[in-house]
Design a protein around this ligand. Structure first.
Ligand SMILES: Cc1cc2nc3c(=O)[nH]c(=O)nc-3n(C[C@H](O)[C@H](O)[C@H](O)COP(=O)(O)O)c2cc1C
Length: 105
């Protein structure tokens, strides 16, 4: 099994891309082999031992391409370590209520 980690992101204006790149840098600095790509560029998740998916939030929803990616690869992802993050204005202030709202997205 490869040790590579994939950070896959869906971004409209660039903030989620920057967050994905930052996550990738931190993981790389901890010694992992990491690749960071927009979800639309990823055809196959087999090469990765772990997958992190990030999406911007628009009008209370994840971007459709992020959902499509997660649905398309759900079978493979079920057997890998996975993590998810969102980038949204709701979390401009880190409060329990805002966390709850963001988690419902
Ligand atoms: C049209 C539009 C709708 C948005 N809707 C929400 C929303 O429902 N909830 C929220 O928390 N943030 C919302 N935002 C803020 C974005 O999630 C935020 O700007 C995020 O950083 C965008 O990520 P991106 O730069 O990767 O596209 C919205 C932004 C835009 C432009």
């Amino acid at each position: 099994m490869s040790n590579k980690v994939l950070v896959a992101y869906a971004s409209k204006s660039g903030s989620t891309r920057e967050a994905a790149e930052a996550v990738g840098r931190v993981l790389q600095e901890s010694g992992l082999e990491v690749e960071v790509y927009p979800v639309a560029q990823i055809k196959n998740v087999d090469p990765y031992q772990a997958v992190i998916i990030g999406s911007a939030v628009r009008v209370g929803r994840l971007l459709p391409e992020a959902l499509k990616f997660a649905e398309k690869h759900a079978g493979e992802l079920a057997h890998k370590k996975t993590a998810y993050f969102t980038v949204c204005m709701t979390m401009h202030e880190d409060t329990p209520k805002n966390r709850e709202t963001a988690a419902l997205t």
